[in-house]
Design a protein around this ligand. Sequence first.
Ligand code: NAD
Length: 522
Amino acid sequence: RLSTTLPSASKVNYPVTHEKIANPTNTRNFIDNQFVESKATRWIDLHDPATNNLVTRVPVSTQEELKAAVDSAAKAFPAWKRTSLLTRQQIMFKFVSLIREHWDRLAASITLEQGKTFADAKGDVLRGLQVAETACGITTQLTGEVLEVAKDMETRSYREPLGVVAAICPFNFPAMIPLWCLPIAAVTGNCMVMKPSERDPGAAMIIAELAREAGFPPGVFNIIHGQHDAVNFIIDEPRIKAISFVGSDKAGEYIYTRGSAKGKRVQANLGAKNHAAVLPDANKNATINAIVGAAFGAAGQRCMALSTLVLVGEAREWLPEIVEKAKQLNVNGGFEEGADLGPVISPQSKARIESLIQSGVDEGATLLLDGRGYKPEKYPNGNFVGPTVLTDVKPHMKCYQEEIFGPVLVCLNVDTLEDAIDLINANKYGNGVAVFTNSGATATRFQRDIEAGQVGINTPIPVPLPMFSFTGNKASIAGQGGNYFYGKAGLNFYTQLKTVTALWRSEDAVATGASTAMPTHA
Ligand code: NAD
């Protein structure tokens, strides 16, 4: 279980309140294991979403700084690649133990910069930490294959690192996504340049500090900041061999297309519209709790938020209870005890969410619960939106077509399981989906016919643990998929296969003369 109790500020070494910070400091670059003040001429103000007070200023790193980060990574790579796997594993052991030690501090940074509740922020860290912990098993995960393919001849295959790799991260999981990338990339022998979200880079900066303390040599992990210019630099820099991207459709499709055209390996996880199909035979209480938690948790700002409810047959009668439960949620500053959901990331995001709610109303949906204009007493200036429920939603409506990324549950009614499957499959996204039922046959049918890449059966957010991979599908992943994050696929992404075929004659070779035909060893 996660501890949801707020630690004291002294233990955390980071603000654990939303009080105005008297002298906000600048976020720095992290290059060659040094935190360096940027010489940027452009800076991005980062505000606490609960108050809109200034927290820090994030640099738009200069071209020289971006280049210095890649120089450092490229310089570190040959020695890091040669460093024994056991040494890299030891550093990882230290790294994971430091993350656990600094768990509260990381979570506090997330609550302050991103807005999610402290308990939820702890989950954000833990989900990333679990990837790092799993990466510690690299000594058994990276073994290759060997086969005697002909007399005295064997072929062995093994995995080698790619070189310098880059990660471009979104705002909604400031610790988890960096930790989907760095541990696997580094333990397999790559050197990484990361660009965290300019909206909340604090957790990544703490991760850098812990990586250095754990013993990662200079250059193995670097952080630069910015927006489009930094992304374009990463795409165009020939020494960067692979890009990991998580974020919105627009940026992801651009990075995937341009990065691939430049010959880079790209993994890109994009947006979503995750549906829950609820059958009337489901366990009612557990289902309602699961839906309300997964729709409104993190203020709906999860790529796996369960934002779309498909009520099958009589399950539509559960809607009033769902609304009642949603009303009871405590919307507050993320550091407040008992807060269930915090603010959304920015005033622009709040305005966009509110306009999508209005579009639903304008297009004929019924607004059962309206969270617009909600202001917690202590936080009148925050970007808060309360839980909102729209029903009678139809597939053509904008509130159904677009990812809202806010605490808004859109509900549709259908008559049969087949109708639910058809409706969900017709949606362009395919990240996650859930079915709630007590029938094994129904669940099996659903699991088989549904096209989403991650299926929950009586489980609202089926994000696989790191022994599996994060397997989004359709428009939730760029390209045709395959380049999944973490798990075996993640390991494959950050490595390339080398095969070596060796012939060591066990007796003196018989002189046969040169053959120009293709050797087949048959
Ligand atoms: P975003 O695309 O705005 O930002 C992601 C990163 O891309 C940031 O580092 C940003 O600086 C950069 N960026 C933004 N616009 C760009 C552009 N036009 N060109 C180049 N770079 C650009 O995404 P976000 O708002 O930070 O994150 C939320 C989105 O991420 C949601 O759509 C959510 O569903 C998605 N997401 C997906 C997953 C997943 O695994 N499928 C996980 C988390 C978040």
